[in-house]
Ligand binder design. Structure first.
Ligand code: NAP
Length: 445
């Protein structure tokens, strides 16, 4: 009988792990367990809707889901519906690939004022994540400040700046299209604590900031002077920024301004955000790394919105060892430390960095170790491990799992609704709508 593996999480790391397992000569069956009724993780709910090419990786996930031996169980939460101990009973091995569920905090006063948002909340909202649809983004302010110099900061700034014409052919949710369309924003300021040479965004994404229909870009050439251009990537980024700095305003309704060498020290306001206090930094080498060191120079930037885009953060499971500093499950190459038969892949293994494709190599490495453990007898197939056992346990616990046909029903509905409007899909945004659509096909099947 085939070896059975549970993959927890259905984002890129989960799918690449599933693909590598299903391709193994040994004969492995995979159950993918996902908290949401929908698969694809950040490809559906993180990647910006105006980047359809990045989202097209979902085709590869669909092909993996078509492989014999694959099953999907959505609307099943590990930690609520199933415990780690249950998974060890039900499967021969478990691969955790549930990503980074929360965001890093700045740890400064005023962080929780109204109008101070984490980028993850905004991203989840405009992408239709069902847990974030009650959030109300009031974008009717003059200036927004985005803290952080990564690709997510660029996504947030760009999405805020898109015109209705740029948004309408995307699968951005309607409330987000309306709110962004009505916005009175005149300026979006992207603030980096280090210099332009240390920013972690990619060149293509940076370049795009200069190609928006509704926004000019503004960079102070003086902040680019003396930047070390040690590698091709940094050199390209600086070329883009120099080109931005040379531009003159063209009168577009919005300006996206880049500020470097500044850290937020407080967000001011009574109830709502009224400004961000920044401290000027100088860059110093410490233990081989360039770090931002605060000076005495402070300045306050008036604004009505702050988006904190300083990185995601992983959340562990109580039964598994967790590295609090890195926000990852303790592991060696993907083997969970001290827990035979438990593995991890993706952001919960290595931290929230890298692009979608990075997870392929990462998940393949984990699966290679898992298969090695199988071949060398460190994992043996349990006689009691059957495909029916998980369904029986979920039914006993009253869990309405969404199987793959349920997801394809959601998918078909969304694509159909989108087709009429020339959009890739119109997303269902509430748990009720999603579960209802999933069950509709199950009924007609
Ligand atoms: P990221 O690339 O790690 O960027 C985080 C940014 O926050 C860095 O500039 C970091 O500065 C800054 N930061 C951290 N702590 C800070 C603090 N206390 N105060 C001020 N600034 C602080 O993370 P991300 O933007 O969340 O993206 C996550 C991953 O997804 C990245 O690998 C990214 O490339 C990827 N992604 C890719 C795309 C795409 O390909 N289009 C889109 C979105 C995301 P320091 O460098 O000084 O630490």
């Amino acid at each position: 009988m085939a070896v059975r593996v549970a993959v927890v999480g259905s984002g890129p790391a989960g799918f690449y792990a599933a693909g590598a397992l299903l391709d193994a000569e040994l004969g492995v069956e995979v159950d993918m367990i996902e908290r949401l009724p929908t698969p694809w993780g950040l490809v559906r709910l993180g990647v910006a809707p105006d980047h359809p090419k990045l989202k097209s990786v979902s085709r590869a996930f669909e092909r993996i889901a078509e492989k014999p031996g694959f099953r999907f169980f959505g609307n099943v939460e590990v930690g609520r519906d199933l415990a780690h101990a249950d998974l060890l009973q039900l499967y021969d091995a478990v691969v955790y690939a549930f990503g980074a569920q929360t965001d890093k905090r700045l740890g400064i006063p005023g962080e929780d004022l109204a109008g101070s948002w984490s980028a993850t909340e905004f991203v989840a909202w405009y992408n239709g994540h069902p847990d974030y649809q009650d959030l109300e983004f009031d974008l009717n302010v003059e200036r927004a400040v985005v803290i952080g110099n990564g690709n997510v900061a660029l996504d947030v700034a760009r999405m805020l700046a898109l015109t209705p014409d740029e948004l309408s052919p995307t699968d951005t949710t309607d409330p987000a299209i309306e709110a962004i369309g009505r916005s009175t924003l005149r300026e979006i300021v992207i603030v980096g604590r280090r210099g332009p040479a240390q920013a972690s965004w990619t060149t293509q994404e940076l370049k795009e900031m200069g190609e928006l229909a509704g926004a000019d870009v503004d960079v102070d050439a003086a902040e680019l002077e003396g930047a070390a251009e040690d590698d091709v990537h940094t050199h390209r980024n600086l070329d883009v920024l120099r080109e931005f700095a040379a531009r003159r305003p063209t009168g577009k309704p919005l300006t996206i301004r880049f500020l470097f060498f500044r850290s937020p020290v407080a967000i001011h306001g009574e109830v709502n955000v009224e400004g961000v206090e920044l401290v000027r930094n100088r860059i110093e080498e410490q233990d081989g790394r360039l770090v931002a060191v605060p000076t005495d120079a402070h300045e306050t930037l008036e604004c009505g919105l702050v988006f904190r885009s300083v990185g995601y953060r992983g959340v562990g499971l109580p039964e598994l060892p967790f590295d609090e500093r890195r926000g990852t499950i303790h592991n060696e190459g993907g083997r969970v430390a001290g827990h035979p038969r438990a593995y991890c892949a993706g952001w919960i293994k290595r931290g929230p960095t890298g692009i979608i494709g990075t997870n392929k190599k990462d998940a393949t490495e984990t699966v290679r170790l898992l298969l090695e453990d199988l071949e060398q007898g460190r994992i043996a197939h349990g006689e009691h491990v059957t495909a029916d056992a998980v369904e029986a346990l979920l039914a006993e616990r009253g869990v309405r799992a969404v199987v793959y046909a349920g997801w394809t029903s959601i998918d078909e509905y969304e694509r159909g609704a989108g087709e009429k409007l020339g959009r890739p899909r119109v997303k269902l945004r509430t748990w009720e709508e999603l579960l209802e659509a999933a069950e509709r096909v199950a009924e007609t099947a």
